[in-house]
Write a protein of this length. Sequence first.
Length: 272
Amino acid sequence: MRAWDFFLIGAAMFLGGSILAAFFLRSWKGRSIAHAMKAYRSAHDRLSAGLIAKRRLRFPGACLVSSLRHWAFAELFALLVLLAVVSGNRSVWGLAQATVAAALLGAGAAWISLRGAAREALRSVQRDLPVACFLFSLLLESGMGASSALQETSRSIPEGALARELCELVRSRSLGVPRGESIERSRRRVPVEDYRLFLNHVLQGERLGIGLSRSLRELSGKILESQGHRAETIAQQAAVKMLFPLVIFIFPAVFLIILSPVILALWDRLAG
């Protein structure tokens, strides 16, 4: 290793160590780890919001991902790639290659992880929506107002993307955002057709002053029925999807186990 290469790698390690030391010293002086995690979450929330606003994260449901483990996984993966490449080629060119490879692979890992999380969030919205519709209709029948019932529904349903979205809808109303604008924002954030029907029912009921409980209960029944049909379709497709592994992997093994004594006996007889 040349002196210039040693200086560059040592400078990077010294800078990283200084940052870590400063972080631990500030934590030791009274700024807790919880405060640092809050700042970490805030920074990544701003990053996600910026990427969504610039249409870099174009897959549906990107707004519903709130966990930090996907970003942390991508950053840890990029760090491991950087260390692996640098350890194999400890030169200036190797450091440049490691930086580019870590950035590209880390971005790819973040994209794949966030896309999977967004799909899971959309599935959780579809799963929890019938319960939310039914509970919302019961609260309206009990005499609660629409805003209070929506807030209670967001607290009562299982914690997930739908509960966070309903909380955001209630919060925007409490901040004075117009009713139609808040519902339109929520409709853009959650590209699920059943959820949009739910918002249409709520908006029409509040604008026209009609009863929401009956229509929401009917909507809940329709959503459950459509989910049942969707589950039946998936179950019917499962048999077709299982045909390939059965023919390629399982059937040959079964035939080999059943016919192996016959094959061995014929082999011995022909050999004798």
